[in-house]
Design a binder for this molecule. Structure first.
Ligand SMILES: Nc1ncnc2c1ncn2[C@@H]1O[C@H](COP(=O)(O)OP(=O)(O)OP(=O)(O)O)[C@@H](O)[C@H]1O
Length: 265
C-alpha cells in the first residue's frame, strides 16, 4: 500500500506546462530522491503531493490519514524579527515544550530552544526546519533541497541525519536534491524529472540511463555537470557538459526548448 500515489499528473502554471503525465508512488519507509535541472517541476511535484497545488489532469491519492512533514525550499525569516527556535516550532500550532525538545534532538540540534532563528548557522537552520516537520510525526517526510546553502561536509551531515530519522521513525523520505553524488547512494530509488519522468529506478539504473546521462553526464563529472548544466544540447546522444555555468541565462525558456526531446521511461 502506497503512502501517496500520483497517476498521470499534469500541472500547468498559466500556459507553461510544468508537469506532464507524471506517475509516482511512495511506499512506507523508502528513500526516494528526485533529481532534475532547474525549472524541471520538482517543487511543483512536491506541492501536488502535499495538496498545496491541484493538478489540472491526473490523480493524487494519499493513504487515509497519512501524516506528511514538509521542509520547504529556501525558507527565509526576516532577521529583524525576534523569533526563538521554540516559538518557530510552535507555529502555526502550539506545541508542548517536551515535543519541541524531542524534535530538536531527533533533528540533531538538541538544546537550541531559546536561540534566535536569526542566530542559527545554515546547518542549524535547516535542522530547525527538519525538527518542525518532525513534529507532525510524519509517515512521509518531504524535503525540498534541504541542503541549500550548506557546504559539502554540512550537506553530508544533514543527509546522515535524514537517514538517521528514517532509521529511528521508519518514515519514508521524499527529497529533491542537486547533490547527486551524495544522495544517489543513500536513496532506494531515484526519479529523474524534466517536466516528465525521464527515467527512474535504483541509483545504479538511473545513473546509467541514457536519459539521465544526457542531462547530467557521467561519473563524478556528472555530478559537477549538474551545476554547470546548460540546456543547449540535444538529448539524442550521451556526452558530458563541462561548459561554465551562466547564472544569468534564462533556464525556463531553455527548458521549454528542451522538453519533448526526452523519451518517456
Ligand atoms: N506559481 C507559478 N506561476 C507560474 N509559473 C510557475 C509557478 N511555479 C513554478 N512555475 C514554473 O514552473 C516550472 C517548474 O518550476 P518548479 O519550481 O517546480 O521547478 P524546480 O524543478 O523545483 O526548479 P528549481 O530546481 O529551480 O527549484 C518553472 O518553469 C517555473 O518558472
Amino acid at each position: 500500500m502506497s503512502l501517496v500515489s500520483l497517476t498521470g499528473v499534469s500541472v500547468a502554471h498559466g500556459d507553461h506546462q510544468a508537469l506532464e503525465n507524471v506517475d509516482l508512488a511512495i511506499s512506507p519507509g523508502e528513500i526516494v530522491t528526485i533529481v532534475g535541472p532547474n525549472g524541471s517541476g520538482k517543487t511543483t511535484l512536491l506541492r501536488c503531493i502535499i495538496g498545496a497545488l491541484r493538478p489540472n489532469k491526473g490523480r493524487v491519492e494519499r493513504a487515509r490519514g497519512v501524516r506528511i512533514g514538509y521542509v520547504p525550499q529556501g525558507l527565509s525569516i526576516d532577521p529583524t524579527l525576534p523569533l526563538s527556535v521554540k516559538r518557530f516550532l510552535s507555529l502555526p500550532r502550539r506545541r508542548r515544550d517536551a515535543d519541541v525538545s524531542a524534535a530538536l534532538e531527533q533533528a540533531g540540534v538538541a538544546g537550541l530552544e531559546d536561540r534566535q532563528m536569526s542566530a542559527l548557522s545554515g546547518g542549524q537552520f535547516q535542522r530547525a526546519l527538519l525538527a518542525r516537520a518532525l513534529l507532525e510525526k510524519p509517515e512521509l517526510l518531504i524535503l525540498d533541497e534541504p541542503t541549500t546553502g550548506l557546504d559539502q561536509p554540512g550537506s553530508a551531515d544533514l543527509y546522515g541525519q535524514i537517514e538517521q530519522v528514517r532509521r529511528d521513525t521508519g518514515a519514508a523520505i521524499l527529497m529533491v536534491s542537486h547533490e547527486l553524488h551524495v544522495v544517489m547512494s543513500a536513496s532506494d530509488r531515484v526519479v529523474c524529472l524534466n517536466g516528465h519522468v525521464c527515467c527512474h529506478g535504483t541509483p545504479e539504473i538511473v545513473a546509467s540511463a541514457p536519459e539521465y546521462r544526457a542531462l547530467f553526464g557521467t561519473g563524478t563529472r556528472g555530478a559537477l555537470a549538474l551545476y554547470r548544466h546548460e540546456h543547449d544540447h540535444s538529448h539524442s546522444h550521451d556526452h558530458e557538459h563541462d561548459h561554465g555555468h551562466d547564472h544569468g541565462h534564462d533556464h525556463h525558456k531553455d527548458h521549454q526548448k528542451d522538453r519533448g526531446t526526452h523519451t518517456h521511461a
